[in-house]
Structures are given as structure tokens and as C-alpha cells.
Design a protein around this ligand. Sequence first.
Ligand SMILES: [Zn+2]
Length: 466
Amino acid sequence: MGVLEKAYLSSPVFLQSVILNAKALELYFERYGRKFEQVYEEFNRNQYLSPAELVEYQSRKLRQLVAHAYHTVPYYNRVFKAHGVKPADIDSIEDLHKLPVLTKQDINTHFNDMISTAVNRKKLRKGHTSGTTGTPLNLLYDIHTCVVHHVADRRQKEWAGMQWGQVYASLQGRVICPPAQSKPPFWRKNYINNQLFLSSFHLKKDYLQSYVDKLHGDGIEFLEGYPSTVYTLASFLNASGHQLPLKAVLTSSETLFDWQRSAIERAFDCRVFDFYGMAERVVYASECKAHAGHHLNSDYGISEFLDDDGRPVPVGQVGKIVATGLHNFAFPLIRYQTNDSCSLQQVSCDCGCSFPLMGDVATKNEAIITLPDGRWISPSVLTHPFKPMVNIEESQIIQSDLHTIEVKIVKKKDYSRADEQLLLKGLRDRLGDDVDIDISYVDSLERTRSGKFKWVKSAIKPNFNL
Ligand SMILES: [Zn+2]
């Protein structure tokens, strides 16, 4: 946690609002300036291009990206040469297979060589991923990539029926107020984006009514969050026999199960619009009002669905997603191997958008942590303390009883005591002081019998029968 965040958490609520809004204002100009308008118009047109026009769009962007990477990114120059590939060999997306796949390991090993020499490194923005296996990855973006991401985000919100400037609430990973806080407000208002941040760390039975009252009192019509956090609120409403009608709920970052979707739709009397994206900014897929699957945003990136031998799987069959981001020229990710699997669907959608549809993404399937004071902590919010941890190879969180949380770590060689302190602090900020957090070091992590990896396991089953 940085100095600013510390200052934020120890400030009175009024000052927290000032700090939060000052940061939001700074980001607002960066994300939503004139560049935003240009990309927004372009992306608005893109969604109505024909399938052939979209392939042409992707091929054109790919040619530019590959030539740029070859000439200005030392890593790609080396790797392309080693594979005997020149930019002229990549004419369309059909030629992608000529290029090698990029792994997380490659990025970690060659990080400095992956930055384009044509950009000013100081102007780049940092990104992190904790990854679904808990292996963190550092990334860099130029401003353009950030703008493109916010345009895609805006388009998704518009598909869900939201107008520009309309008030909405977010129930995601941000630490809004101290974990020990035991009475409202568990929220802060971002006036710049007309957004109400709700704490995901105070979801317990005693507090949930205050969340509902706040959403109702503020006339919130749109709610975004993780499936698990929104589901907690929905379960509370359903158990109480009340509804809180909204216009739409937007979910992301975890698998949205059908039982969660139906509980959320019942509680909020509206449809759920799920979307799938990642910090690597290579894939963005979003549900439209037809709810026939996730539209793979063709103008954002190129996704391939491959079998274990790297061959494309037939349409309808599940394959590993390997994706190329079309906009980050500062730190290009070409044929990046994600941890997720999915299938491409044959059907076209009634909504008028030609972006292909994909099926359900197999990604995180983790357990929720239940704390002694009754708070439920979503696995997605627990990824945040791991994001700055570059010296961790892999991690796993196991709750064996109500008071004990074990964190297993596979260290990298530069891991130090300072890393341990930083991680512990990040976890304490979210879990509070009522649980023992034991960090232990292991050579490898356990997989389930089917070979799957569960990042968060808990012996305590959350009781949503409120
Ligand atoms: Zn559609």
C-alpha cells in the first residue's frame, strides 16, 4: 500500500472523498479527453461492420503491430528472426500461426526487452495481473491503450442501456474504508464519474440493509461488481422477500454461474450483462441485450482458440484462448497465452453486431472466504494484494477454519522479508485482525485430482440463507 493509500484510509470520510475525487479528476482527463471521442466514434462504427470488414480491420491493425514490434521491440525482433518470420510474411490474421506463442514466463523473463524503443518509457502506465493461478505479471500500457479500454467499457455499459453520465454503483476490489469499520458509510462517491464505490469488504448480514438503503436512496439504476459480491447482496434481498429494481447489473472477473445470474435478476428485477476482460488488455467480450453469449470485441483484439498442440479447435469446441491486443504498441502482447478456455459459437446475433459470439469462459472457480465477524470476502478482491508481488511464482489461499487463513507461496529467488511484509499488510487491510494469516513457503502447489488448480479454498461454506 502506497503512502497516499495509507493517508486515504486514515483520513476522515470528508477528506477521503476529496482524495478520491481528485484522483478521479486526474484520470478523467487522461481517459476521456479528445482521444476518447475519436476512438469512441471509431468503435461505434466498428460494431456494425460486416464480418469480412472486421477481418480486414483486424488484419490491417495486425500488420501495423507486427511491423512495429519487429522494428522497435527487441524481444520480438529476436524471436521473429529465430522463427524466420519477417513483417511481410504477416499479411492477414490467417498468418498469425507463423508467430510463436507468448507465455507469462516469456514476459517475466524478457520484460525490459518487450518495451518498444519508440516510446518514452516514463510516460507509460503500469498494470498488474495476479493471474488466475496467483502468478503475478507486470505490464505496461501507453495512454492510447487505456483510452481504448475505457471506450470498450463505455460500449459495454451502453449495451446494458446506460447513458453517459448516468449514476452507477461499483462493488469491486477497491478498498473504500478500513476493514474494522463497523457502521456505515461503507461507500464513497466519485462525483467526477457519477459513481458510487461500495466496499466489498463489509458484506455481512448486519450491514447489508444499509447497502440496500443507500442504493435505493441514491436512486441507483445500474450496479457493477463481481458475480460473488453482487450475489451476496442479491441473496440478502431474496431472503428478505424484497426487490430493489435496477435497470441492469454488470458483472465481470469471475465465472458467472447460472444460479447466481437468476438470483441476481430476481433480486434486482433486471437483466445481468456479463463481460470478460483481462489486465493484459488482449480480449474484451461482452453480452448484448440478446444475451446469446459474449460478443468477442473484434476491434479490441484477436482471439484464437487452440488445442494443447497449438492447433485451432473447430468452432463450438473449447480451446485455450491465445490473444493479441491490437492497440498496445508500447508493450505489445502478440499471441499471448491466457489461462482461460472457451469456444467460439457458430450462431449470429439478432442485435445487429457482427462481433463473433463465444461460449462460457472457464476461469476462476474459487471459494469465498467467510470471516469471524460474518463478512464474506470474494476471491477476486483477494487478488489485489498479490498484484505488486513480482517475486512470487505462485500462491494459494486456504481457509482451514473460521480463524485461520494459510497463504502458500512459491517464491522467486529475489523474494525478501519486505515482500512478505507488503503481502501481509495487503491481506490485513482486507481481512482485518480477527484471523490468523499464516504465510508458508512451499516448492509447489497442490492441484485437484482433475489437475485443476483452485487459488482460494475454504472449509467454511458461506451460508447465504440470510
Ligand atoms: Zn448481440
